[in-house]
Design a binder for this molecule. Structure first.
Ligand code: GLN
Length: 502
C-alpha cells in the first residue's frame, strides 16, 4: 500500500462502520493486520487522555487479524467470513475473555484472570472480529458516570470536563473516540443506553433473555443484559445477530430465532405506529432541549409515513424507587461469592474466618458497592422483606402491564434516553442518589424485560443529544427499523473528529 493511502486509511478507519471495514478487508484493499495496527496505534496515542481501556490486548488482536488475513489469502469469501469480519471490538471489563483480566474495575478482582470466555464475547469473536481489550466501567457496574472505577476516570471524548456516562463508560468512550468500532456493555438499569446518549453512539439493550449472560459478572440477574455500542444502527443490528441466541450455559437465554436484524434497517417506516408519552415529556428535571429532540424525532417519523400515537405512562416514575430495591437486593446476593476465599482479594493477617471475610470485603469493595450491598441486605432482611422487596416486585408487574397496554397500540415508544446532557465530573459527589435520576427513562425498560436503544440525534452546544426507542419483548427489529430511519434523517456527525480530539 502506498504511504499516502496508508495515511488516509489510518485517518478514516477509526470512524468507519464495521460493514465498511469488513468490505475493505475482504476485498483486500487493506489487511486485517493493518486495521489492527491502526486501532492499536490510535489507542496508544489517545487513551492516555480518555482512559476508555483498562487493558489493551495487542497479541489477541494481531493473532485474530493474521488468522483472518490467512483465510482470505486461502480464498475465503466475504459471505463465508461474515459482515463483521475484521471489525475492531472491545469488551466491558465485567466480561471474561481468556488472555485478559476481568476486574469489574474493582480492587476485589484486580488480579482475576478470565478462566473462560463469556458467550457473547466468544460469539462476537467467532464473527471474525479483532479483540482490542477490556474497557473501564463503574465498579461492578454500579453507577452512571464511571467515576466509581478504581482504575481512574474515563473522559467524555466530546468534552473532557464531562463524564462519559456509566456504568459502561469505557465501552461508550472507546467507540465515540474511534478506538473501537463495536464494543459490548451491560445494561441493568441504563448502563448501555445512558453512556451511549452521553457520547453520541448507538447503544442497544436487547430484550431479557435475547443474549446469554454467561461469563458476564452478575449485578442483578433478573435485569442484566449484554448489548452493543456502535457508530451506526446497522452495526448494532449486525452485532445483535452475532451475539444473540440460546446458550446451554445460561438457562435464562431464550430460544428465539436469530433474525437478520440488519434487513430491518432497510425497511421504511410507512405505517409504523410510534407512541410518545406526553406525561414523560412534562417530567420535572427534563432538559427542554431533549424534550424537543423527541418531538422533532416524532415529526420526522411522521413525515416518513409513521403514525404518531399519544399515550401516557404514569408508572414510569415508580421504576426508579423499585429498581433501587430490586437491583441492590440481587446485587448483594450476587456479590456474596466475593469472600476472599473462592474468588477475589484475600486480606492478610486475618485472625479467623469471619475476620478474613470482613477484612477482604472491606478492603476490596469501594463506597458505592458497599452502599448497594447494605441497601440490598436491608431490603431482604426478614423485617423489611415484605414492605420493600415484595412491594417492589408488585411495582414491577404494574410497569410490565402498562408497557403491554402501550404495545397493544404501538410498535415502538419514543422517549428521551436521559433527562440531561452529559454532566460534569463531581457534579453529584455530595448526593449520590441525585445521580440515580439519570436513569429515569431507561430503568423501567429493564424492569419489564423489553428492548431499548439510544441513538444520537444532533449536537447541542457541542454535546451529543439523543432519543430512546423502546419496543416490546423480542421486537428489536422494530428498533432497528425506526432507528435507521431517524439516523438517516439526523445524520449525526459521528464520522468527524469532534473539537478537541486529535
Ligand atoms: N446507573 C444504574 C445503577 O447505578 C444502572 C447501572 C447499570 O445498568 N449497570 O444501578
Amino acid at each position: 500500500m502506498a504511504d499516502t493511502q496508508t495515511k488516509e486509511l489510518r485517518d478514516t478507519i477509526p470512524f468507519l462502520s464495521a460493514s465498511e471495514i469488513s468490505k475493505l478487508i475482504t476485498s483486500k484493499e487493506v489487511s486485517a493486520r493493518e486495521v489492527a495496527h491502526t486501532m492499536l496505534d490510535r489507542i496508544e496515542a489517545l487513551d492516555a487522555d480518555i482512559h476508555a481501556y483498562n487493558e489493551v490486548s495487542p497479541e489477541l488482536a494481531l493473532a485474530a487479524a493474521d488468522d483472518l488475513d490467512n483465510r482470505i489469502a486461502q480464498g475465503a469469501t466475504a459471505a463465508e467470513l461474515g459482515p463483521l469480519a475484521g471489525a475492531p471490538v472491545a469488551f466491558k471489563d465485567n466480561m471474561n475473555l481468556v488472555g485478559t483480566h476481568m476486574t469489574c474495575s474493582s480492587k476485589m478482582l484486580e488480579n482475576f484472570q478470565s478462566p473462560y470466555d463469556c458467550t457473547a464475547v466468544r460469539r462476537l469473536l467467532d464473527a471474525n472480529t479483532l479483540p482490542l481489550g477490556k474497557l473501564n466501567m463503574d465498579e461492578f457496574a454500579f453507577g452512571s458516570s464511571t467515576e466509581t472505577s478504581v482504575t481512574g476516570l474515563t473522559y467524555n471524548p466530546w468534552d473532557p470536563e464531562r463524564v462519559p456516562g456509566g456504568s459502561s463508560g469505557g465501552s461508550a468512550a472507546a467507540v465515540s473516540a474511534g478506538m473501537a468500532t463495536i464494543t459490548l456493555g451491560s445494561d441493568t438499569g441504563g448502563s448501555i443506553r445512558q453512556p451511549a446518549a452521553f457520547t453520541g453512539t448507538v447503544g442497544l439493550k436487547p430484550s431479557y433473555g435475547r443474549v446469554s449472560r454467561y461469563g458476564c459478572a452478575a449485578f442483578a440477574s433478573s435485569l442484566d443484559q449484554i448489548g452493543p455500542f456502535s457508530h451506526t444502527v446497522r452495526d448494532s443490528a449486525l452485532a445483535l445477530s452475532a451475539i444473540a441466541g440460546k446458550d446451554p450455559q445460561d438457562a435464562t437465554s431464550l430460544n428465539l430465532p436469530v433474525e437478520d436484524f440488519a434487513a430491518a434497517c432497510d425497511q421504511d417506516v410507512k405505517g409504523m405506529r410510534v407512541a410518545i408519552a406526553t406525561d414523560l415529556l412534562e417530567q420535572a428535571g427534563l432538559d427542554p432541549r431533549l424534550k424537543q429532540e423527541v418531538l422533532d424525532s416524532a415529526e420526522l417519523l411522521a413525515g416518513m409515513g409513521a403514525e404518531i400515537i399519544e399515550i401516557t405512562l404514569p408508572s414510569t416514575k415508580y421504576g426508579l424507587p423499585a429498581y433501587y430495591v430490586l437491583g441492590p437486593a440481587e446485587a448483594s446476593s450476587n456479590l456474596a461469592r466475593l469472600d476472599g476465599i473462592r474468588y477475589g482479594r484475600r486480606a492478610e493477617n486475618a485472625e479467623d474466618i469471619l475476620d478474613l471475610y470482613m477484612r477482604s470485603r472491606s478492603e476490596g469493595f469501594g463506597p458505592e458497592t458497599i452502599r448497594r450491598i447494605m441497601i440490598g441486605t436491608y431490603v431482604l432482611s426478614s423485617g423489611s422483606y415484605d414492605s420493600y422487596y415484595t412491594k417492589a416486585q408488585k411495582v414491577r408487574t404494574v410497569i410490565k402491564n402498562d408497557y403491554e397496554a402501550v404495545f397493544a397500540k404501538a410498535d415502538v415508544l419514543l422517549t428521551p434516553s436521559t433527562p440531561q446532557l452529559p454532566f460534569k465530573f463531581g457534579q453529584f459527589a455530595d448526593d449520590p442518589t441525585a445521580m440515580y435520576l439519570s436513569d429515569f427513562y431507561t430503568i423501567p425498560v429493564n424492569m419489564a424485560g423489553i428492548a431499548g436503544m439510544s441513538l444520537p440525534t444532533r449536537l447541542i452546544d457541542d454535546l451529543p443529544a439523543s432519543v430512546q426507542l423502546i419496543a416490546n419483548h423480542s421486537r428489536e427489529a422494530d428498533l432497528f427499523r425506526a432507528g435507521a430511519a431517524l439516523e438517516r434523517s439526523f445524520a449525526f456527525p459521528y464520522t468527524s473528529v469532534p473539537a478537541g480530539r486529535s
